[in-house]
Design a protein around this ligand. Structure first.
Ligand code: MGD
Ligand code: MGD
Ligand code: SF4
Ligand code: MO
Length: 724
């Protein structure tokens, strides 16, 4: 084919948004000219504005172009170009120095969600290198949905507990519980299935402190609720179902374990107060009558679905929220049936097995591990800054001396950005692999430029599983001097004298993965590698929606749930034994810190939530002009709260608490309930000389604390707002 002819190449976005859509990339003379999306057979996997704008990200003047070393202060962003050889010599000599002077666990690997669902190019490149080098301190905790994962494991014994999106129109009643898929992508096409449901007249309600685009587009009723109190509403719904005999006692008897203990708590026969709708009204701000109505409608319109992902559980004691919702789905027998849903982690039992990528990488690694290269004790993602500042003296497992950061923007995305900045200044060495000069990259000593997915080959599976996969074909050669994480780690392995890190080409790796995927995946047949690569998209044909726990419900004798009791565990003996404060064996409402009764409300009376934004994938794309046009970055404040503070639409305000201050314009709107304010997460941290963040990064405000099981509490926070 001549260089002049235009070609169309199939790819996708690998960042951590909930979609995995088809990008049809047009390329002419090695330049990307435009990006279209799926117009093929079957349900189309249509890209959003962010995916279609990706050309601007690839060709952004801000792309990191060559290796650099820091010449200014950490955080200042002053760097000087160096050669790859100098950069990699420095990185390898620092790795050796830190390991030999201190110990391997002095090296903290902060690699996060820059690539998710990709088989080859992801955070495992560094994970594998550092493991083969002799170990490091890893991190744990999913900012996204740890509460939900924990709940699904505890209640159902597995996280494969969701339905495919095409089951949505099978429901008779749908609750969008802190769920906004019109803006915050969950599974590709969810909004499409919700519109089908709406067209057929299915009643949809939205429970959310904000009147979201999803509520506006799909819901018949909006129920504003105080952040972090949803568990109380769910438990009061159980009260209504029990006292009005609106629950399926046969289902509970046959399939669940420990309902009687939950029932005693709900009714108050265990010496706690009864969890009446009136009790919940004072906590949640939702009228008792509304709670009764929702409980009755959910129970009486079977099959019914509660759809949620992480936001109400991204709160203090958020684990309880997910366990309470799954209990409601069990009480109504909405599990293992089409149109129902276990209100659990949304991974459906279909599609490429995740272990095809990660598992094979792990297998390849084990043959080459040096003595003692075991996994070290991990640090929770909310505790990294304290761990660096306090070390072993503060009770942390290691004294951290070096941070190696790939695929993440932790200064921006993990809580307490000001503390992050302080902590990173304390380290001896920081290495960052990035595509852009992000707030985290500004702290690097050595900053290495990474190519984009269009500059390499990969295979990707949908974020929450699903019936398709995409071959992300390389579109153009790597721009400037950029490389992939894998290429850099391969070069470093040479410098470090590590044998067997990477003896395969990209194509050989992907071929191996595909063969492993074929063996591991139930959905058969998968096409051969070469035709998959050529076609780009493989949609697994299913004759009906794929749902979780069908066998466990239709034939329970032969298919117990993978829990200790073999049943759905409303009560958990494991949690009883674990005996951790804040993790009771049944789902209960526990009052969050920084909630409406916290004495701190005297100083900071507003509850603050941070939502995922339609113009960014976390912090990715904050710097793209096309995305800036899509939505202004503002704080939402209700007219009542604005009135008290003399704020008018468009005023510049300070949103603040003891942890930090953000300067941001206000949107005065009834789309948020009184007493609550919100800002889209992901804007880049840009502190001025007075320490006021001019970029609008929400994590300046958030407390670096996690819930007892590890949930990330980014919707638990108190602030005040005033005119700047
Ligand atoms: N307050 C608050 N904080 C939050 C949230 C919230 O709702 N509120 N949400 C949380 C959630 S759910 C999540 S998942 C986290 C996300 O946390 P992060 O994963 O830290 O966030 P991203 O902004 O996606 O950062 C990924 C970075 O990887 C870079 N990158 C992309 N591709 C590559 C690559 O191939 N190699 C390398 N080396 N880098 C690459 C991108 O440029 C980007 O800067 O944020 C969490 N933080
Ligand atoms: N466009 C876009 N899509 C994304 C992402 C992105 O960055 N951009 N990130 C992806 C990732 S990694 C994740 S984890 C998911 C996150 O997915 P979600 O957690 O579902 O998304 P959020 O936007 O944080 O929150 C959804 C809704 O919950 C509401 N909410 C907040 N706190 C509470 C509460 O206490 N109670 C109730 N009832 N509602 C509450 C918010 O107002 C918001 O409308 O999104 C994914 N999809
Ligand atoms: S950003 Fe997410 S929703 Fe948008 S096109 Fe890419 S994968 Fe799809
Ligand atoms: Mo996430």
């Amino acid at each position: 084919m001549s260089n002049n002819s235009e070609k169309t190449i199939i790819s996708s976005c690998p960042h951590d948004c909930g979609g995995r859509c088809v990008l049809k990339v047009h390329v002419k003379d090695h330049i990307i000219t435009k990006i279209e999306t799926d117009d093929g057979e079957g349900t189309q996997l249509r890209a959003c504005a962010r995916g279609r704008a990706y050309r601007q990200r690839v060709y952004s003047p801000d792309r990191l172009k060559y290796p650099m070393k820091r010449v200014g202060e950490r955080g200042e962003g002053k760097f000087k170009q160096i050669s790859w050889d100098e950069a990699l010599n420095k990185v390898s000599s620092e790795l050796i120095r830190i390991k030999e002077t201190y110990s391997p666990e002095a090296i903290l690997n902060i690699s996060y969600s820059g690539n998710t669902g990709t088989f080859l190019h992801n955070q495992l490149s560094l994970f594998r290198l550092l493991t083969m080098f002799g170990g490091f301190t890893p991190i744990w905790g999913s900012a996204s949905f740890w509460g939900s994962l924990f709940s699904s494991e505890t209640t159902f014994g597995t996280v494969t507990a969701g339905h495919t999106g095409d089951d949505i129109p099978n429901a008779k009643y749908i609750i969008l519980w802190g769920w906004n898929p019109a803006e915050t992508i969950q599974k590709t096409n969810t909004a499409h299935y919700l519109s089908l449901a709406k067209e057929t007249g299915i009643k949809i309600v939205a429970i959310d402190p904000r009147f979201t685009d999803s509520a506006a587009a799909f819901a018949d009723q909006w129920i504003p609720i105080r952040p972090g109190t949803d568990t109380a509403m769910a438990i009061a719904m159980a009260y209504v179902m029990i006292t009005e005999n609106l629950y399926d006692s046969d289902f509970l008897e046959k399939y669940t374990y420990g309902f009687d203990k939950f029932e005693a708590y709900v009714l108050g026969t265990d010496d706690t107060p009864p969890k009446t709708p009136e009790w919940a009204e004072t906590i949640t701000g939702v009228k008792a009558e509304t709670i009764k109505q929702i409980a009755r409608q959910y129970a009486q319109n079977k099959p019914s679905k509660i759809l949620t992902l992480g936001a109400p559980g991204r709160t203090a004691f958020g684990e309880q929220f997910h366990r309470a919702l799954s209990t409601l789905s069990a009480m109504t027998g909405n599990i293992g049936i089409h149109g129902g849903e276990p209100a659990a982690f949304g991974l459906p039992p279909v599609g490429l097995h995740p272990a095809a990528g990660t598992g094979l990488i792990a297998r390849k690694m084990t043959g080459n591990l040096p003595e003692g290269a075991r996994q070290r004790p991990a640090l929770h993602i909310t505790k990294l800054w304290d761990a660096i500042l306090e070390g072993k003296n503060g009770g942390y497992p290691a004294d951290i001396k070096m941070a190696y950061i790939t695929n993440g923007n932790p200064v921006n995305q993990f809580m307490n950005s000001n503390k992050a900045a302080e902590a990173l200044k304390k380290l001896e060495t920081i290495v960052v692999h990035e595509q852009f000069m992000t707030p985290t990259a500004r702290y690097a000593d050595i900053l290495l430029p990474i190519n984009t997915q269009f500059e390499r080959n990969d295979i990707i599976r949908p974020w929450q599983g699903g019936p398709y996969c995409i071959y992300m074909n390389k579109v153009i050669d790597s721009l400037y001097e950029s490389k992939s994480d894998l290429e850099i780690c391969t070069d470093l392995a040479d410098k470090l004298g590590i044998n067997g890190y990477n003896d395969l080409t990209e194509d050989e790796w992907l071929r191996d993965f595909w063969e492993a995927a074929k063996d591991l995946t139930d959905s058969k047949p998968l096409p051969d590698y070469d035709s998959f690569k050529k076609e780009g998209v493989f949609k697994i044909k299913t004759d009906k929606p794929v749902i979780a726990f069908e066998k466990q419900i239709s034939d329970p004798e032969n298919n117990p749930f993978p829990t200790p009791s073999g049943k759905i565990e409303i009560y958990s003996d494991k949690l009883k034994e674990r005996n951790t404060p804040g993790l009771p064996p049944i789902p209960t409402y526990i009052e969050p810190w920084e909630g409406k009764n916290d004495p701190l409300t005297d100083k900071y009376p507003l509850q603050f939530i941070s939502t995922h934004s339609k113009r960014r994938i976390h912090s990715n794309m904050d710097n793209l002009p096309w995305m800036k046009e899509l939505e202004p970055h503002v704080v939402w404040v209700n007219p009542v709260d604005a009135g008290i503070r003399g704020l008018k639409n468009g005023d510049r305000t300070l949103v603040f608490n003891d942890r930090g201050k953000i300067s941001i314009k206000v949107k005065v709107t009834e789309r948020i309930m009184p007493g609550v304010v919100s800002i889209g997460q992901g804007a880049w941290y840009r502190p001025d000389k007075n320490g006021i963040d001019r970029g609008g990064c929400v994590n300046v405000l958030l407390k670096d604390e996690h819930s007892p099981a590890g949930a990330f509490c980014s919707n638990t926070c108190l602030v005040e707002v005033k005119k700047e």
